[in-house]
Design a protein around this ligand. Structure first.
Ligand SMILES: *Cc1c(COP(=O)(O)O)cnc(C)c1O
Length: 408
């Protein structure tokens, strides 16, 4: 084993960038997959997993049969209906990505130039970029150790020091629920719209309710690395019928109902295609199976790695029934995240650091941050372990064996 003792944040960034030569910047990528087919068996963090029954292809086939290879169409309408039934939210709009869904949620919430939007810092850039698209101003909020998500106390402090706060984007990172009762109460008291970024947490329950169904708006992603995928896509859900109708209008270039092309507002080309929606519908039918497997993977790691010196796991809360999208550990002892990532990569197994907080990203450095060092610490000490639902028992044993080997 190489004993790598550097532990600064920058060295983690550098080393993971070097490793990403093979595995790029999303948790799964086509190049890695191609290579993996040659070598037989690269083990991924989280990669697409179509149903054994072939549901996805059936729906795509229907689209072909009817020649409905277009944005809008039956699969799109049905996918929206099925997602709203699944999550218990009244209305849904199928869009091209989770990022587009956040963008439309912000616009629907009335966020515009100069407005402040509070946003979890420990997340993917897709959460925050749409704030900039709207010429609004993000303020990043730290995590707490109890949830790894937005710290309600930091949120409350942020409201004391900032005015014109229009909206709060609260993320359920890795499928763990944020402290929604407290965050919801704070948002209501300060008249801020609450947008839930449930891109990673489809199927996670907070006090028996689906994450994404609790805020004023919820968004989901069907990108290739998520718990289910449509090859790329997103969904915005809300109980506000008028706002969802408006989003569908904006997402189709704000085309007015007229015989000619008439436009009275800025528009976007954000509607999901009927083919993509077919894949999404098929995947939704196996969501619970995927959640069960992800949970089993998480339990397996707890059992196998729990006894190792310095290893901590993701938090467990009474209210929370996570989908376990990614299984992550933290390291407090002699073994550093890089030791584990290097050992796994040598065996053609993908792992990666916990998200680098947005307030530490060069592009977002000029924006305010409220909190201390929790998100930063999670980044410095965390590792996301292979959580692919296609992993066999044998492969899981191999991964655990390699990780345990680092302690020897
Ligand atoms: C993946 C992801 C997004 C963006 O979703 P896309 O469909 O890739 O645009 C947003 N937020 C979080 C937390 C994500 O993990």
């Amino acid at each position: 084993m190489e004993n790598i003792t550097e532990n600064t944040t920058d060295s983690i960034s550098r080393a993971s960038e070097a490793m990403a030569g093979r595995s790029a910047c999303t948790a799964w990528n086509p190049d890695g997959h191609k290579g993996g087919m040659d070598m037989g068996e690269r083990i991924f963090l989280s990669s697409p997993h179509m149903s054994d029954e072939g549901y996805e292809l059936q729906y795509v086939h229907e689209a072909f049969e009817s020649n409905w290879i277009a944005p809008l169409g039956k699969n799109v309408d049905e996918f929206e209906k099925e997602m709203s039934e699944k999550t218990g939210v009244k209305y849904a709009a199928a869009l091209t990505s989770g990022t587009a869904a956040i963008h439309m949620a912000l616009k629907a919430a009335g966020v515009g130039s100069g407005d402040i939007v509070f946003c979890s810092s420990l997340t993917f850039a897709g959460t925050v970029n749409p704030i900039i698209y709207q010429n609004a101003v993000p303020v990043f909020i730290d995590s707490d150790y109890e949830t790894w998500n937005m710290d309600p106390e930091a949120l409350e402090r942020a409201f004391q020091t900032h005015r014109n706060v229009k909206a709060v984007i609260v993320v359920h990172i890795f499928g763990l629920s944020a402290d929604m009762d407290r965050i919801g109460e704070i948002c209501r008291r300060h008249n801020a719209v609450m947008i839930e970024d449930a891109a990673e947490s489809l199927g996670s329950l907070y006090k028996g309710r689906y994450t994404g169904s609790i805020g004023d708006y919820g968004i989901f992603s069907f990108n290739g690395n998520k718990i289910i995928t449509s090859s790329g896509g997103g969904m915005l859900v809300s109980d506000d019928q008028e706002r969802i109708a408006k989003v569908k209008f904006w997402a189709t270039q704000s085309r007015e109902p007229a015989r000619h092309y008439q436009h009275e507002e800025l528009g976007y080309n954000y509607k999901m295609s009927n083919v993509v929606a077919g894949i999404g519908r098929g995947q939704l039918r196996v969501l619970e199976e995927r959640v069960a497997k992800k949970k089993a993977i998480c339990e397996f790691y707890r059992k196998e790695l729990g006894g190792l010196e310095g290893v901590g796991f993701m938090p467990q809360n009474d209210w929370d029934e996570p989908n376990c999208w990614l299984s992550c550990i933290t390291l407090r002892g002699k073994v550093r995240p890089l030791d584990i990532m290097t050992a796994l990569e040598k065996e053609n197994i993908e792992s990666r650091p916990v998200w680098k907080p947005l307030h530490m990203q060069p592009f977002f450095r000029s924006y305010d941050f409220v909190g201390s060092h929790v998100a930063e610490q999670l980044f410095e000490n965390g590792v996301c372990l292979p959580s692919d639902t296609k992993m066999t028992g044998e492969q899981m044993d191999r991964v655990a064996g390699i990780i345990k080997g680092v302690w020897r």
